[in-house]
Design a protein around this ligand. Structure first.
Ligand SMILES: [Zn+2]
Length: 76
């Protein structure tokens, strides 16, 4: 049986898709079934990673827009 500390250490791999051996995966799942602290931790980590992945690109600044507009103007 894994300790919570070990689960936390391996949670990163679990969340970001790093391949784990079936043994590790099984041990993690088993622990998560029994330990709601770790379950909550993994869930938070998963939503954090998901929000980082889905982050929209920063909005274009006015400066960039005017630069592009100037370029367009100079071409015409
Ligand atoms: Zn635990």
């Amino acid at each position: 049986m894994l300790k919570c500390k070990e689960v936390v250490e391996k949670a990163d791999a679990l969340v970001d898709g790093t391949p784990l051996s079936w043994r590790e995966r099984f041990a993690l799942r088993l622990h998560l079934m029994m330990c709601h602290h770790c379950r909550r931790y993994v869930r938070q980590l998963q939503s954090l990673v998901a929000s980082l992945r889905n982050r929209t690109p920063p909005p274009v600044s006015d400066d960039q827009v005017s630069k592009v507009m100037n370029q367009l103007d100079s071409k015409s």
